[in-house]
Design a protein around this ligand. Structure first.
Ligand SMILES: [Zn+2]
Length: 264
């Protein structure tokens, strides 16, 4: 009776039954892939520190202390104003990459074309005066960037931008319009992996360090600000040493751009 019943299912019900089973199978495969996913062969991590006048001196010195003692690569996105006020501190960064974070830390979305150009020029110039180094990278203050900025960056000879938040492309101008390299800040469920969000707004340093320790993909980029992250100096050092123990390779933004150019 049962057998007859089953074989007499209407076509529509059979189709639904099959679809349901396909759906469950796909779900199981997806979960298995998530649980048993292969570890990437190489894991690269980019650490970056946005340095602006509010950071003062001590917090930047604390960060530099961790970076040099752990012998790790990092990129410092420095405002021109900071380089002007604290040239001796910026000079201490020359063992690492220094990039541009605007001159005055005003949002680029609130400037006209000429003002943007001026900010980029002044930022570069003050960093050059303080360190003798040229810069090739840019991160917009507040991560706010508009459509014309990448084009201006290209005209001014910059090779990459690091302003976007990964996964939030829909609220930013389209990435494919960029003519220069783009190195977005990592995120999880759209929440940027940066200290100002996790330490200042969410007040969840434990969760922040857990996520950035265990996010095992081939490339992650984390954003810190000295005046926030220096309050967690010990945890920052532990985090770097933990990843080094996992054979993670720390590289600067410049190194990543060079690797991409070489097709690595
Ligand atoms: Zn900033």
């Amino acid at each position: 009776m049962d057998k007859n019943h089953r074989t007499s299912l209407p076509d529509e019900a059979k189709k639904t039954n099959l679809l349901f089973r396909v759906f469950i199978a796909a779900l199981v495969i997806l979960l298995a892939m998530m649980i048993f996913r292969d570890q990437p062969d190489k894991r690269y991590v980019l650490l970056s520190f946005d340095v602006e006048p509010v950071d003062g001196e001590q917090s930047v010195l604390d960060v530099l202390d961790v970076v040099y003692r752990t012998n790790t690569s990092a990129t410092f996105f420095v405002t021109g104003e900071y380089a002007e006020k604290h040239p001796e501190i910026v000079k201490l960064m020359t063992g690492r990459e220094i990039a541009c974070h605007g001159y005055s830390h005003k949002a680029f979305t609130e400037m006209d074309r000429e003002e943007k150009k001026e900010e980029l020029k002044k930022c570069r110039q003050t960093i050059k005066e303080a360190t003798g180094m040229g810069v090739i990278g840019f991160r917009a203050p507040y991560n706010r960037i508009d459509r014309e900025t990448p084009e201006i960056l290209e005209q001014e000879g910059f090779l990459y931008d690091a302003s976007y938040i990964k996964g939030l492309g829909f609220i930013f101008p389209r990435l494919r319009e960029l003519k220069i390299g783009e190195i977005p800040v990592s995120s999880i469920f759209g929440i940027p992996l940066e200290d100002v969000v996790w330490l200042h707004y969410l007040k969840m340093p434990g969760a922040f360090f857990y996520v950035i320790k265990h996010k095992e993909t081939d490339l992650e980029s984390y954003l810190f600000h000295p005046h926030h992250i220096a309050t967690q100096k010990q945890e920052l050092e532990e985090f770097i040493n933990y990843l080094k123990g996992q054979n993670v390779i720390f590289i600067s933004h410049r190194q990543l751009i060079e690797m991409q150019d070489e097709g690595v």
